[in-house]
Design a protein around this ligand. Structure first.
Ligand code: CAA
Length: 259
């Protein structure tokens, strides 16, 4: 693995794990952290032995937002000439491999936005989500107003973005932001088991499945159905589809070759 200063990147079996590692400041996301996460996604995405990527923090904080100390002196032109997107802040969202945010503790501002870039959010019962930028005199800048609204609907997104309040794991699951909740001390074991299961599937097929689901947010139903149909038919050109169905009929585990 390449060298990183602010994150820890590991390969555990077929799962790549990106752990934000600035515990003293609740994993605040500086430009340097976002840049390293983007590099780590490049590295794990191009490694054929990695089938799923987990993004996580620690028990107290997934990430408490963009680094306020770093942002405080910046003026309009500083951010306009180089913002989070320019340094790859959105890279997790463009990853072709499945991504899971394992969230314990605070996922606020850019932290909530980073979690929402992942394909799914799995949370501990201690997780707290929010977009508190309004309390700092600014607004979300990495998808908070867009992805949160698509995830939880207008009323709750407005509530969170306009009051800056936090929502707990139960409310986040109820609202559809979070797929599952586990006790904090079990979170990583449970997430790794889910990630390993996803990583055991055919990689071209997981890429097609997530592409099809993600297209929902970009297109009409008819266009989305067309894409789904095309990708569904494309799987019939894969050896892995032949193997998957043969394995079912022969009552054995499939041996996918990722082709
Ligand atoms: N940036 C920089 N430092 C941060 C930080 C952040 N986002 N969040 C926490 N810290 C630092 C604190 O300054 C503190 O540092 P010191 O020990 O040096 O004082 C340390 O982390 C511990 O934090 P607290 O003492 O505040 O811990 P707490 O348990 O009392 O409170 C908290 C926890 C409620 C999460 C509180 O830290 C907090 O409100 N943090 C800021 C949350 C926020 O506003 N995030 C949005 C940032 S803007 C953004 O993200 C823009 C965007 O959309 C891209």
């Amino acid at each position: 693995m390449a060298a990183y200063e602010h994150i820890i990147v590991e390969k555990k079996g077929a799962v790549g794990v990106i752990q934000i590692n600035r515990p003293k400041i609740l994993n605040a996301l500086s430009f340097g952290v976002f840049g390293e996460i983007a590099r780590a996604v490049d590295e794990l995405e191009s490694n054929p032995a990695v089938g799923c990527i987990v993004v996580t923090g620690n028990e107290k904080a997934f990430a408490a937002g963009a680094d306020i100390k770093e942002m405080q002196p910046k003026k309009f032109m500083d951010m306009y000439s180089q913002d989070f997107m320019d340094i790859g802040g959105d890279r997790v969202a463009t990853c072709k491999k499945p991504t899971i945010a394992a969230v314990s503790g605070y996922a606020l501002g850019g932290g909530c936005e980073l979690a929402m870039m992942c394909d799914m959010i799995i949370a501990s019962d201690t997780a707290k989500f929010g977009q508190p930028e309004i309390t700092l005199g600014t607004i979300p800048g990495l998808g908070g107003t867009q992805r949160l609204t698509r995830a939880v609907g207008k009323s709750k997104a407005m509530d969170l973005c306009l009051t800056g309040r936090m929502m707990d794991a139960a409310e986040a699951e109820r609202s559809g932001l979070v797929s599952r909740i586990f006790p904090a001390d079990k979170l990583m074991d449970e997430v790794m088991a889910i990630a390993e299961k996803i990583a055991s599937m055919s990689q071209p097929v997981t890429a097609m499945a997530k592409n099809a689901v993600n297209r929902v947010f970009e297109t009409t139903l008819a266009q989305g159905m067309d894409l789904e149909g095309d990708l569904f038919h494309a799987t019939f050109g894969l050896e892995d589809k032949i193997e998957g169905m043969a394995a079912f009929l022969e009552k054995r585990k499939p041996n996918f070759k990722n082709r």
